[in-house]
Design a protein around this ligand. Structure first.
Ligand code: ATP
Length: 366
């Protein structure tokens, strides 16, 4: 059996009393795009720095292609790292930047030239080798930074928030390009980010990290549709959240009493108690909105409220509805019928959704 390109076993890092990384294990198969997604300070960079060899784990092992790299110096590890701030050499032209690592390896000049040309071809910038770095756009610089790592043919490319310094429009474009580049070079990517849309769009697998540990590892669809913890449900994608207490359970379904209504939803996990605190999550796109409550009679959950705000954003427009009871704000996708939505601020609206569209996590047994 071929070993995965990268394996971390029970990786832990303490800084004094802080446990930055807490017993994390994962495998990244060859040629795949693996992301670690989590809020600031959760330990992502620490994992990356341990893999690159800039930091020693307190315990655990890191293997690349089945071999431990713990005693291997950073410059001898078969990994390269792309940072948020690209650090291209401003005094060198593009070709010299890309060939830098190969020159340090004392590769013959004609071979370097060929590899640089090939890399430029692959990143869609043939013939720009003689340009100065200052003559490139932000996105082009980013591609050059990746090409500079890729010519070294690392087993694993580590990318630490590489799009963080780019403006929004370019970031959107680079998301698609990075995925294409990864496929073109057929290299294993480990990508860290706090931006869920970057992780969702590009990754084959994503680990959601929180306070030093992995909450869940799965595909984007998995994390979005089947979150296993309240943290993942709240962090990945957008959701409405209700807090309440459990009143009863019926097989997979559970009823949660909240100030605005009793919500029926899928229960995550088997353990529950009457009166236990729970969080319920429902996505804005799962909720139907209607002026007629009778139109929603097939739904398990129905709530009445008033349109408080209309957030116009083209196809992604949202309505904010304040519940009549409880005064909660519920976010609902704006129905897209014709050219305009016929909802106005202050309108009375009825909301309905199925019990299968909500997921409840029981916080603590009472
Ligand atoms: P960000 O997205 O903000 O970069 P991160 O998820 O990458 O955050 P880390 O930089 O890995 O998080 O930090 C994890 C925890 O370890 C934080 O609480 C941080 O304060 C702490 N930490 C990081 N480096 C050190 C250090 N050299 N000494 C002491 N504590 C550290």
């Amino acid at each position: 059996m071929i070993a995965p390109d990268l394996q971390c076993h029970n990786l832990t890092k303490h800084y004094g009393d802080t446990t930055a990384v807490d017993n994390v294990s994962f495998d990244v198969p060859a040629g795949s795009f693996f992301s670690i997604l989590g809020p600031s300070g959760c330990g992502k960079t620490t994992i990356m720095r341990m893999i690159a060899g800039f930091q020693e784990p307190s315990s655990g092992d890191i293997q690349i292609k089945g071999k431990s790299v713990l005693n291997v110096a950073p410059n001898k590890r078969p990994v390269n790292m792309v940072f948020q701030h690209l650090a291209l050499f401003p005094m060198m032209n593009v070709a010299d930047n890309i060939g830098y690592g190969l020159r340090r390896r004392k590769m013959a000049k004609p071979l370097i030239n060929r590899k640089v040309e090939e890399a430029l071809e692959r990143i869609g910038l043939p013939g720009v080798g003689r340009r100065q770095v200052s003559e490139l756009s932000g996105g082009q610089k980013q591609r050059i930074a990746i090409a500079r790592c890729m010519v070294l043919e690392p087993d694993v490319l580590l990318l630490d928030e590489p799009l963080g310094a780019l403006d929004l429009k370019l970031r959107e474009q680079m998301k698609v390009e990075l995925k294409t580049l990864q496929a073109a070079f057929d290299t294993t990517f480990l990508y860290i980010t706090h931006d869920q849309s970057e992780a969702l769009v590009m990754s084959d697998a994503i680990a959601v990290m929180n306070a030093g540990h992995f909450e869940q590892v799965g595909s984007a669809q998995d994390l979005y549709h089947n979150p296993q913890t309240a943290f993942v449900a709240g962090f990945v994608g957008e959701s409405n959240k209700w807090l309440g207490s459990v009143t009863q359970r019926d097989g997979h379904y559970i009823d949660i009493d909240t100030p605005s209504m009793t919500v029926r939803a899928m229960a995550s996990g088997d353990t529950w108690n009457k009166g236990a605190k729970a969080q319920v999550f429902v996505r804005p796109e799962a909720i139907q909105i209607s002026r007629e409550v009778s139109a929603l009679r097939d739904y398990d959950n129905i709530l009445t409220g008033k349109i408080e705000q209309i957030l116009f954003n083209g196809a992604a427009s949202r309505l904010l509805v304040r519940s009549e009871k409880g005064s909660d704000i519920i976010e609902v996708n704006m129905p897209q019928a014709g050219t305009t939505s016929n909802w106005s601020q202050g309108d009375i609206a009825h909301l309905g959704w199925s019990k299968d569209q909500g997921v409840a996590f029981i916080e603590s047994a009472k």
